[in-house]
Write a protein that binds this ligand. Structure first.
Ligand code: ATP
Ligand code: MG
Length: 391
């Protein structure tokens, strides 16, 4: 029954003179999300975005797609009435109620807005008269202005808009309005959620995955590609850099104390990720770390991995409990993929008793043992990385 949506946004509304940048980005992201679902006309007008669907389209699929567009606060399926003439509008609103609510045993409240203050009726008059008309036409309706079951909204602009359903959007800011950052994406539960959360603030995402063939399988890599695909529904296209980390890991394994392996490995991951981030115009790194989750995420360990980066490292999950992270991963549909049992490169070389309080001095000293070859190995890892475009 709907041929249009009215999109309401929240934070973009407070952007002052830059607002048009955010609105245009939102329009682009909406078009992108709907591009395979039919012919949609997207326009903006006075703090709103309208989507019109002149041809056949799948309503459910379109709503699902809109729920992935950051920046949308509310999705309102709307009936457009091609007039602002009161009598015609009244009848149209009555027809809307008749069609949308075959069972009219509910309480309602009328709400109205007019763009032109010279409209013959004031807003309270519009509500009163429209409410009265509906009560007369549908005696089973009841008014409740405090706790209505249904709010019927009428907005009179150059045309009129009638709606009564508001579907929550994902919130956040349109992707691409806050620069780009590099996500360290492993096959776990946390890092896809971390990428999703930063993208929600308008940040475009590239990703880097470190694998260690033959210790990690092709399936493990495919799992990361699949996870990138799943989050790209929200983030838009992702350039995934796959770095072969095997020789670096083996070298660390050979030279350094085993209980420090994870920490030293993580420091090299951060260094390499930062190099790629610099080369690709990223303004920060993103990880799925959370305080205390594992030995490499104690405050001491985090300090040690942070020490090697000059760029800011964004850790949106830092204070989240695992269950809260799982809840988000279920919501964004990455959980089932994340829990598939393929080894990621960290688990192969982990020591039985990894250090939980690495001292900066000790770690730096251990890294000295790598001096001979690590630069060459890092260079090779960077030169041989594979790029996969995720769309
Ligand atoms: P996740 O569920 O994201 O794998 P985790 O709890 O397993 O996290 P760690 O293995 O300690 O945690 O990794 C912490 C963070 O480091 C990850 O969230 C991710 O951002 C990054 N990371 C770990 N392993 C890799 C990898 N193989 N490739 C890219 N990034 C990685
Ligand atoms: Mg992991």
């Amino acid at each position: 029954m709907y041929k249009a949506f009215l999109i309401k946004y929240a934070e973009i509304g407070i952007k002052g003179k830059n607002r048009y940048i955010f609105e245009n980005a939102l329009k682009d992201q909406i078009k992108n999300a709907l591009k395979n679902l039919g012919n949609f006309l997207v326009s903006k007008e006075q703090g709103r975005v309208y989507i019109e669907c002149p041809d056949e389209f799948d309503y459910e699929e379109s709503v699902e797609a809109l729920k992935t567009v950051f920046g949308i606060a509310w999705i309102c399926p709307v009936m457009i009435v091609d007039t602002i003439e009161w009598e015609e509008l009244k009848t149209a609103v009555g027809d809307y109620v008749e069609k949308r609510y075959p069972d009219r045993n509910f309480t309602f409240k009328m709400e109205a807005k007019r763009a032109d203050k010279n409209y013959p009726l004031t807003t309270p008059e519009m509500c009163m008269k429209m409410g009265g008309y509906l009560l007369e036409r549908f005696p089973e309706l009841k008014v409740d202005v405090h706790n209505p079951q249904v709010r019927i909204m009428v907005e009179v602009r150059t045309r009129s808009y009638v709606y009564s359903e508001v579907i929550p959007g994902p919130g956040g800011m349109p992707v691409g309005t806050s620069g780009k950052a590099m996500l360290l994406l492993s096959g776990g539960i946390d890092s896809p959620v971390a990428g999703y959360m930063i993208a929600k603030r308008g940040v475009a995402i590239d990703a880097v995955y470190f694998h260690a063939p033959p210790y990690t399988s092709e399936r493990a890599k495919q799992k990361v590609v699949d996870l990138a695909k799943l989050i790209s529904r929200y983030t838009g296209p992702i350039k995934l850099h796959v770095v072969n980390f095997t020789d670096i890991q083996l070298y660390i394994y050979e030279k350094c104390p085993h209980e420090e392996l994870t920490i030293i490995m993580r420091r090299y991951m951060m260094r390499i990720a930062e190099t790629i981030a610099e080369e690709t115009g990223c303004l920060g790194l993103i990880t799925g770390e959370s305080i205390g989750q594992v030995a490499s995420q104690t405050l001491q360990s985090l300090m040690s991995t942070n020490e090697v980066c000059n760029m800011p490292v964004y850790r949106p999950l830092i204070a989240f409990d695992k269950q809260d992270i799982v809840t988000i991963s279920e919501k964004i549909n990455t959980y089932e993929t994340s829990i598939l049992p393929f080894e990621d490169c960290c688990t192969i070389f982990v020591a039985k008793h990894p250090v939980t309080k690495p001292s900066a001095k000790v770690i730096r000293h251990s890294e000295k043992l790598l001096e001979e070859n690590i630069e060459a190995l890092t260079k090779t890892a960077l030169e041989t990385k594979e790029i996969i475009m995720i769309k």
